[in-house]
Design a binder for this molecule. Structure first.
Ligand code: RP5
Length: 289
């Protein structure tokens, strides 16, 4: 049977709460800018419940978002109803963190201050929903034996290198309006890890069919806030991360430079909160960390 491992090797010759204190969402310089510097928020001043009278966050919404492309909200949040499914644009404005506060018409980041208000490069006021596929298999040696470290089997996962900052990440993406998360996972994995955007229509259909089958039986690893460097006080990333384990995955191929099976260990440096999702996956499989 064809599995994502096989497709990869063929195509690439070419209780969910976590991380209570966001860190990447307070990165000094806003991503993809040189001079948008966040107001510095010390750890103890992150919660909104802690007084911080001198707090004066920079106001930043990128030009591309402000010009209101189809995927972005109106510049005025007061026109939006939050904490519900917004039928006007088929957007899920609910948070997996529970109801968030809306102050003077503006949604408030449930994990606290970020040093930046506005939407940055995020299209939606409030939660911006994504989905992340964690596709795993066991690492195997040349005799096809599962590799062990400290007596525990080593897992590998499909990692992609992000174009915006070069960091390695899960091949996740934003949920489109009205799309269910399984459809997002399938589409994003096809596009980001299997290069289906450039595939012929026949190949695309084949990839879609295989992934739909493979992605039927995933395990939810995490659902909620992501400590993403694009987050602001009024717009933030949330995701549903699901693990799809390819128990028999045996094929090893020449991966493309920007997609690979990455052996898992605790020293990995990954985008946003992705290392946290990987750690949870490792725990589920009793694998090496
Ligand atoms: C992260 O951003 C999510 O975990 C997901 O991996 C990603 C989605 O954003 P894009 O890759 O579409 O920019 O917060």
């Amino acid at each position: 049977m064809l599995t994502p491992s096989l497709i990869l090797s063929k195509n690439h010759c070419t209780t969910y709460q976590t991380m209570s204190l966001h860190v990447k969402a307070r990165c000094e310089v806003y991503p993809r800018t040189q001079d948008v510097k966040r107001f510095i928020v010390p750890d103890d001043k992150v919660p909104w419940s802690v007084d911080f009278p001198e707090y004066d966050p920079i106001d930043y919404t990128s030009k591309s978002v402000a010009s209101q492309p189809v995927w972005a909200d109106s510049p005025d949040p007061a026109t939006i109803t939050f904490n519900c499914i917004d039928k006007s644009c088929n957007s899920d404005r609910r948070s997996n963190e529970g109801n968030y506060q809306v102050i003077n018409g503006c949604p408030r980041n449930p994990r606290g201050r970020t040093g930046c208000k506005g939407r940055g490069t995020l299209g939606k006021w409030g939660p911006n929903h994504a989905a992340d596929p964690i596709v795993t298999r066991w690492q195997r040696d040349s005799n096809n034996e599962i590799v062990k470290q400290d007596g525990k089997p080593v897992l590998e996962f499909v990692a992609v290198q992000r174009r915006d900052n070069g960091e390695w990440a899960l091949p996740g993406g934003m949920v489109d309006a009205g799309e269910n998360r399984t459809a997002t996972l399938t589409r994003e994995f096809g596009e980001e890890a299997l290069n289906s955007i450039d595939a012929t229509p026949e190949r695309k259909a084949q990839i879609q069919k295989l992934l739909t089958e493979f992605f039927k039986n995933g395990k939810t690893i995490y659902k909620g806030y992501v400590d993403d460097p694009r987050n602001t006080d009024n717009a933030w990333m949330e995701t549903k991360a699901m693990n799809f384990h390819d128990e028999q995955g045996t094929s090893v191929g020449d991966d493309a430079a920007d997609v690979k099976w990455m052996p898992i260990h605790k020293g990995l440096k990954l985008y946003a909160s992705h290392i946290d999702f990987i750690r949870r996956t490792v725990e589920n499989h009793g694998a090496y960390w």
